[in-house]
Design a protein around this ligand. Sequence first.
Ligand SMILES: Cc1cc2nc3c(=O)[nH]c(=O)nc-3n(C[C@H](O)[C@H](O)[C@H](O)COP(=O)(O)OP(=O)(O)OC[C@H]3O[C@@H](n4cnc5c(N)ncnc54)[C@H](O)[C@@H]3O)c2cc1C
Length: 380
Amino acid sequence: MDFTLTEEQLMVQEAAREFAQNELLPGVIERDEAQRFPTEQVKRMGELGFLGMMVDPKYGGSGLDTLSYALVMEELSKIDASSSVVVSVNNSLVCYGLEAYGSEEQKQNYLTRLASGEIIGAFCLSEPEAGSDATSQKTTALDKGDHYILNGTKNWITNGNSASVYIVIAQTDKEKGHKGINALIVEKGMPGFEIGPKENKLGIRGSDTHSLIFNDVKVPKKNRIGEDGFGFKFAMKTLAGGRIGIAAQALGIASGAYELAKEYAKVRKAFGTEIVNHQAIAFKLADMHTQIEAARLLVYKAAKDKDTGADYDLSGAMAKLYASQVAMDTTIEAVQIHGGNGFVKDYHVERLMRDAKITQIYEGTSEIQKIVISRSITKD
Ligand SMILES: Cc1cc2nc3c(=O)[nH]c(=O)nc-3n(C[C@H](O)[C@H](O)[C@H](O)COP(=O)(O)OP(=O)(O)OC[C@H]3O[C@@H](n4cnc5c(N)ncnc54)[C@H](O)[C@@H]3O)c2cc1C
């Protein structure tokens, strides 16, 4: 398999690397500590075309491939996963979902503004009692002819307060089970739509995660994505691509921590020599490098599968499962290599370690990825 990057992919990668160094790195520690959403940085990412990377330029997007998107996610995540998750949700879950399954009117009304970064979106599937088991939706969207009446609570919603447009999954017909679920476009400010308090998190603290409450929200029927009952399939299809973005985020977190640890090991001295000369430290770096390279191959393979029209359910799940484990292992070792300095904020690796954990939880936990993988490899 040939992963030689094209000139365009290299340019996009370089642009993301420069942006991350020059505009994400300054203030990243303070944003994390204060749980401050990267408003200015998100605006700039919109200007750079990072918020609608794979969307057709006729809808305001950059018209790039999934591999370019993965490269950007990797570079941004080396520095600031709180900013990269905004890119991930907006691209993979909101823009992709609308472009692939939305009506022309929905694309003109919403996708154009989302892809250009004028506004950002949120994807609302999880509920207090429906996380991994997403079929147990308690949020209801009752069919009232030309509109739905939406009631319920969503949990853990990324961009919860910063978004302007929310794709909300809700049960219309309980009798039909997952075939009675719909995906509705809800706008901020619709009467009855409230944003709950912000979560105080272990990692990706700059990202704003909120619960959302819907009390008799009237949503026009033209805001339903796809046919009646398509909502669950919509969510699963969208999340399958989302996993590639999160896998790339995990890869970036791992690479960022590895680079910091390698440079530190070359200058920190103990017992009269740089610690990289102690084989125990050198071998840690060898393991980290090897695992990161393996994760990168899985992530690029999944991205290529999506770009070539091949099935990417299996490769995306494997990429996310493995890259998120590598992110966890690598960041823990990066803290260890930094010794006491690894435990304080100035050296960045403790933040990367905290940020790594979420990649094993959202868009399907590692256990759920194993269910997807095992079902896929045993189905025939
Ligand atoms: C910071 C953050 C941001 C998020 N952003 C969003 C968002 O934007 N939109 C959104 O819709 N959701 C979002 N989520 C929700 C996230 O996707 C869920 O937390 C996740 O899917 C797990 O669901 P749960 O928390 O209910 O855990 P549960 O489903 O209760 O799982 C608990 C544990 O049981 C395991 N488990 C469950 N079922 C099985 C099984 N069948 N076999 C084996 N093990 C199992 C899980 O793997 C996990 O370890 C976010 C979560 C966080 C923390």
